[in-house]
Write a protein that binds this ligand. Structure first.
Ligand code: SF4
Ligand code: SF4
Length: 136
């Protein structure tokens, strides 16, 4: 069964130059969708969606862990209570994933939940409490 799971990967200087995206596609038939990337002198991190067969994702996870990459599944997600949103725009600038878009025709703030990386920044920015954390 094809599924999509969200992961955080943490690399060290020993493994951050491994061609992991290439191997995910070629060896495991997985489509990686990188939402956020950060690299510095001590390694780096990625937040990404992996889309593929559940068994292939498990195999890919084992492959990455074998390289010494820390692989953590992100099991929470953020949702919006549309009835509470007053389209004030306070969430737009705090969102690192650009998951809020102002519709220039209606001036409403649209929430693109597929871009959300569950960082929780908008929860405190949203005074009407429209944004909420949910566990899968
Ligand atoms: S901060 Fe909250 S109320 Fe304001 S636009 Fe964003 S989700 Fe809606
Ligand atoms: S939790 Fe809120 S601020 Fe963070 S990525 Fe999702 S929508 Fe953006």
């Amino acid at each position: 069964m094809i599924t999509t799971k969200k992961y955080m990967l943490k690399f060290t200087t020993n493994n951050f130059q491994e061609p992991i995206s290439y191997e995910l596609v070629k060896r495991f038939n997985i489509v990686p969708n990188i939402m956020q990337a950060k690299v510095n002198e001590s390694g780096g991190g990625l937040i990404l969606d992996l889309r593929g067969e559940a068994t292939d994702i498990e195999d890919a996870k084992a492959y990455m862990e074998g390289l010494g990459v820390l692989v953590k599944e992100l099991e929470k997600h953020v949702d919006r209570d549309e009835s509470r949103c007053i389209h004030c725009g306070a969430c737009v600038s705090v969102c690192p994933a650009k998951a809020f878009v102002v519709n220039r025709r209606t001036w409403e703030v649209e929430f693109k939940s597929d871009l959300c990386i569950a960082c929780e920044s908008c929860l405190t920015a949203c005074s009407p409490r429209a944004m909420k954390m949910e566990l899968w």
